[in-house]
Design a protein around this ligand. Structure first.
Ligand SMILES: [Zn+2]
Length: 281
């Protein structure tokens, strides 16, 4: 009895000291996904109920600096997994600064030839980051990973060549399942890759990171209606706004709540395994 009283006292002291219940007293089984509003660029952070952190893309070089600062302020020091969907500068540009700032356990990248300043800086940062395990995903590979009760399935491009200037179709795609809820992160998949994702199987999800900054491709309607998300995130900018047709289709045909980085700012979506909701709900 005395022992229990002691624990209650310790808990109370911790509560008073930190303003919240100590971790062991919390029954917080909430998953959160923070979509960062950084213009026409991608970066999102998943925090699982067991405290694992998964970063998908790191925005541009400039975004990377701001993200690294933000992570420092918020005490985000360890990242369990960083997925770089592809090597365009609005996805890989900030990754070197995240690698320099945080301890990143593992990095997933696609395999294709790339020559750019941002890619070189990323590779150099990986070279400096001795503790980071790098997994390259070649043609048509699947990787299944578990973070507590959260399951991730990552797939890579089916082809070795998508023609000139078609790097977007090398985007790694990530399906996240937590309880009854599903999230789908699609990088910049254009028509050919969206078709592959449809072929890979069920794409139905509650939350969709809309592919290719919401630009319309020939398969958009088929792809979006198969996903049928409740919540859709589109990382666009004032200068390069999303195609209206895609927004209209998501809202009017599919009844989705659409959030655009150019208009809505950051978005946090949470799941308790039963349902998903946004911060303002
Ligand atoms: Zn992009």
């Amino acid at each position: 009895m005395k022992k229990m009283l002691l624990w209650v006292l310790i808990g109370l002291l911790l509560f008073l000291a930190t303003g919240s219940a100590p971790a062991w007293a919390q029954e917080d089984a909430t998953l959160s996904v923070q979509f960062f509003s950084i213009g026409k660029a991608d970066a999102l952070l998943i925090t699982t109920p067991d405290g694992s952190r998964i970063l998908i893309d790191a925005g541009t070089n400039k975004n990377g600096k701001a993200l690294a600062q933000r992570f420092r302020k918020e005490g985000v020091e360890d990242i369990d997994l960083m997925i770089i969907t592809h090597f365009d500068k609005d996805h890989v540009g900030g990754a070197d600064q995240i690698l320099d700032e945080c301890s990143v356990a593992r990095v997933l990248i696609p395999v294709y030839a790339k020559e750019s300043k941002q890619h070189t800086q990323f590779m150099e940062a990986l070279g400096r980051s001795a503790g980071t395990q790098v997994t390259e995903m070649g043609q048509k590979e699947t990787l299944e990973l578990d973070f507590g009760a959260v399951h991730l399935g990552v797939t890579s491009a089916h082809e070795l060549d998508y023609g000139w200037d078609e790097e977007n179709d090398f985007s790694l795609a990530t399906r996240l399942v937590y309880g009854k809820t599903r999230f789908f992160f699609t990088g910049d998949a254009e028509g050919p890759r969206q078709r592959e994702l449809l072929e890979e199987g069920d794409v139905a999800c509650d939350v969709l990171k809309v592919p290719y900054h919401g630009r319309e491709v020939e398969v958009s309607e088929e792809f979006l209606s198969a996903c049928a998300p409740k919540i859709a995130w589109i990382p666009d900018s004032q200068e390069e706004p999303v195609g209206e047709a895609v927004v209209q289709y998501l809202k009017e045909q599919l009844g989705a709540s659409v959030y655009r980085s150019a208009e809505d700012g950051d978005l946090t979506v949470r799941s308790d395994g039963e349902r998903v909701w946004t911060a303002e709900e």
